[in-house]
Design a protein around this ligand. Structure first.
Ligand code: SF4
Length: 340
């Protein structure tokens, strides 16, 4: 049976028409799922009993079960969801002063192999479908009884390695009759799949693009991120410039500081050279230590010095607040502890 959350509104209208139903029924169903957040077709009380029966015979609601939930003293919540085929994925909720943000996964496991990432020890299984991406948001909203205001595609997986499903999910998330989360409140992070950056630029969406940069020369970046062997920094920067030119939107560069690796002043100088004149922001991330990982967190002193140097040179840089420090909040950590 098909998961009803795999359809955007247009597709759902076509499904209803092919069942001999009126088109407007699709909007009613969409509202029950994404606004009222019901879990069963029987709760869709403005549909006839006959139609509800037809829906039950042809579709599932694909509601995720919470396998595990951890809650940090700062309000961060980490969910491990059962995706109903024996696999599990992680979703993280973070409380900020500007609202509730959730970090969604786009794949089960990840092929990219970034050395500082807890997902690296987990084998890649498959990409998530549109419905499975959207269900993470619904399941969290159902659990907390509140509305999510921001979505970041920074959980497990490389979103641009699952491009079509991620784009489709964004349209459902963004649809005013769906989850109605504005594109400006949706952020996608890529490790640097260059052809997809061009493709994304051409979509001309208002979402934010984040690039996991983490190093300023190919030697260092290739050691941290094997993707750099496929698309080096020069190619990556060229794609980023194209994106900025096309969308006139600022790129957020993620830079995880690892002790004695990429956190000294020479690195900061190289970073200034690389980004000078670009419409961008640098998000400095105190690296999370993972079991058996080869990188450790930079000292607070180094992190602040790095940020101050960038700001002095005209590159806007901020340090990401560490959330969920007392739980397994780094990407892949909860899943890795439970499944490996
Ligand atoms: S950091 Fe992101 S792209 Fe890199 S291995 Fe982890 S999940 Fe994949």
């Amino acid at each position: 049976m098909k998961n009803i959350k795999e359809y955007n509104l247009d597709e759902l209208q076509n499904e209803l028409l092919s069942m001999g139903e009126k088109k407007y029924r699709a909007e009613q169903i969409f509202k029950w799922i994404y606004v009222d957040k019901v879990k069963e077709f029987d709760e869709m009380t403005n549909l006839s009993i006959e139609l509800r029966e037809k829906l039950k015979q042809n579709y599932t609601m694909c509601n995720f079960n919470i396998l595990k939930k951890q809650e940090s003293s700062d309000g961060t919540k980490k969910y491990l969801f059962d995706v109903l085929d024996g696999n599990a994925i992680e979703t993280v909720l973070m409380q900020y002063h500007h609202g509730i943000t959730i970090c969604v996964s786009s794949q089960i496991g990840c092929k990219m192999g970034c050395k500082f990432c807890a997902s690296t020890g987990i084998k890649f299984v498959r990409s998530l479908s549109c419905g499975e991406i959207v269900e993470q948001i619904l399941a969290v909203e159902q659990d907390i009884g509140d509305k999510i205001s921001n979505i970041v595609f920074m959980g497990i997986g490389e979103p641009f390695d699952n491009y079509d499903n991620v784009m489709k999910a964004i349209k459902v998330i963004n649809n005013q009759k769906g989850l109605n989360i504005g594109a400006r409140h949706i952020s996608i992070s890529t490790s640097g799949l260059v052809p997809m950056i061009y493709k994304f630029a051409d979509e001309e969406l208002q979402c934010t693009l984040s690039i996991s940069l983490h190093a300023t020369n190919d030697e260092k970046r290739s050691k941290m991120m094997p993707i750099n062997n496929r698309y080096n920094i020069q190619e990556l920067m060229k794609a980023c410039k194209y994106y900025i030119e096309k969308t006139n939107k600022r790129i957020s560069f993620e830079y995880a500081l690892a002790k004695d690796n990429n956190d000294n002043l020479d690195d900061a100088k190289e970073l200034v050279k690389l980004l000078k004149g670009m419409l961008c922001h640098v998000n400095l991330i105190p690296i999370n230590k993972i079991e058996n990982g080869e990188f450790t967190k930079s000292s607070n002193e180094n992190i602040i010095r790095f940020r101050d140097y960038l700001n002095e040179k005209g590159i806007v840089a901020t340090i990401r607040r560490e959330l969920g420090a007392d739980i397994d909040a780094a990407c892949g950590q909860l899943r890795r502890k439970n499944l490996v």
